[in-house]
Design a protein around this ligand. Structure first.
Ligand code: PLP
Length: 428
């Protein structure tokens, strides 16, 4: 397009055309005020005014390798020149190479792969697989969760982003369980005296609901505040699922790829899920790739049963080749260990802020994945804003602070009453 444009657009025109002719965020369109991003390098990007920003949220917690990685860029060029597209029923070199690498880095037992173009449709695949495999319908998700934005995955999203599409979402067979949040337990318990009551509650839910195909969890909840389950939780959850013949889906779209200081968050607890979904860091967001990985046992079922699923862009070579390069770069730069090293330093500095600021309720994190939760008062743990206020477009305190930070040249993810701090794993 550019070579056919007689004049280059000004930044103002870029912003106006974008706003006038695109849908933007899940909030009301009139509150969408995009910045014009021009270029990015390492942990920084530059806007149309030449201002440089430190990308302290890795865009949407996905640019793990940072921007302008030469090896990944080369792999994109090479793939485009060699084989830019192939329909999903072909074998391709990129597909074979990536499969081989995935067997090395994914948690043990996940050996069969379905490639998508986002985390959302990786979860769509997971839901369909779980239903076809078990012959059951219901999916249990959690209130503080995000699983994507298509009809089914937004219905499975617990946070109130789903409200505008309800009651249709409710018809999709999703039920919600309380989140696992030891800072502010929805069951009003405290760990370890609780004996992990949240896992027992799930047992109770499944027994009383019946017809449950799967439980989907973000092993470390991302957007909704870096919620890290207590020790012993996943062991109990696995037992509960096995007891009821329910599949366990680990949504590692955000928590995977070194973010938590292991290749995958579940590696921190040795959890063996039946299905793992991921996206984002799999290509460090250079190209759009998602993955739904299952055990051989599930895959075997589809040897004799029709796998009613697929996309034109499934296993798109342009996404698979760069994923091979991304994993290679993660290994070369030792980024999984680095997430632990730098993350420990970041955590120390964030924790040091807490005693000085009465508005900081909690600082929590794992690897290079941290949240700072703000509260009106530390004892009551009252958040600054409600969901309804956000949906109505009312000022949100953390967003106002993030806007100030943006003015200072630092980008952080602000959500309801907390910040998610997740810089690229190459951050100095
Ligand atoms: N699941 C989780 C845990 C996510 O954080 C996201 C996106 O932020 C998704 C699913 C959806 O992925 P995508 O935006 O690639 O469709």
């Amino acid at each position: 397009v550019r070579s056919h444009m007689s004049e280059q657009l000004t930044s103002q025109e870029v912003i106006q055309l974008t706003k006038d002719h695109n849908y933007g965020t899940w909030r009301k369109q009139k509150f969408w005020n995009p910045n014009h991003l021009v270029s990015a390098d390492g942990c920084y990007f530059t806007d149309g005014n030449g201002k440089k920003f430190l990308d302290f949220s890795s865009q949407l917690m996905c640019s793990n390798l940072g921007h302008n990685n030469k090896a990944v860029i080369e792999s994109i060029k090479k793939q485009a020149e060699t084989l830019a597209y192939a329909a999903p029923f072909y074998a391709t070199t990129a597909r074979a190479e990536l499969s081989k690498l995935l067997l090395e880095v994914l948690p043990e037992g996940l050996t069969k792969f379905f490639f998508t173009t986002s985390g959302t449709d990786a979860n769509e695949a997971a839901f369909k697989i779980a239903r076809m495999y078990t012959g059951k319908t219901k999916i249990i998700s959690r209130y503080r969760s995000y699983h994507g934005s298509t009809a089914m995955s937004i219905a499975a999203t617990g946070d109130p982003r789903r409200w505008p599409i309800e009651p249709r979402g409710k018809g999709q067979g999703i039920i919600f369980s309380p989140e696992v949040n030891c800072y502010k337990c929805p069951l009003k318990h405290s760990y370890p005296e609780c004996g992990i009551a949240c896992a027992d509650y799930l047992d109770y839910m499944i027994a009383n609901e019946g017809d449950v195909a799967a439980v989907i969890v973000e092993p470390v909840v991302g957007t909704n505040g870096v919620l890290i389950p207590p020790k012993g939780y996943f062991k109990k959850l696995r037992e509960v699922c096995d007891k009821h013949g329910v599949l366990l889906i680990a949504d590692e779209v955000m928590s995977g790829w070194g973010r938590t200081g292991k290749w995958f968050a579940i590696d921190n607890w040795d959890l063996k899920p039946d299905i793992l979904t991921t996206a984002k860091g799999i290509t460090s967001a250079y190209v759009p790739l998602g993955l739904c990985a299952t055990t051989q046992k599930i895959a075997d079922f589809f040897e004799d049963n029709y796998f009613a699923h697929g996309h034109t862009y499934e296993a798109h070579p342009m996404t698979l080749g760069p994923a091979v390069a991304t994993i290679g770069e993660m290994r070369r730069l030792n980024l999984v260990d680095r997430a632990n090293e730098i993350g420990a330093y970041l955590g120390e500095k964030l924790n040091a802020l807490k005693p000085k600021h009465p508005s900081i309720g909690d600082v929590r994190g794992i690897g290079l994945f941290w949240a700072v939760e703000l509260v009106k008062d530390q004892k009551e743990k009252t958040p600054f804003n409600t969901w309804q206020e956000k949906l109505d477009g009312k000022p949100i305190v953390v967003e106002q602070i993030a806007a100030r930070m943006l003015g200072e040249g630092v980008v952080m993810q602000a959500w309801m009453s907390h910040f998610v701090l997740a810089p690229p794993l190459i951050v100095e």
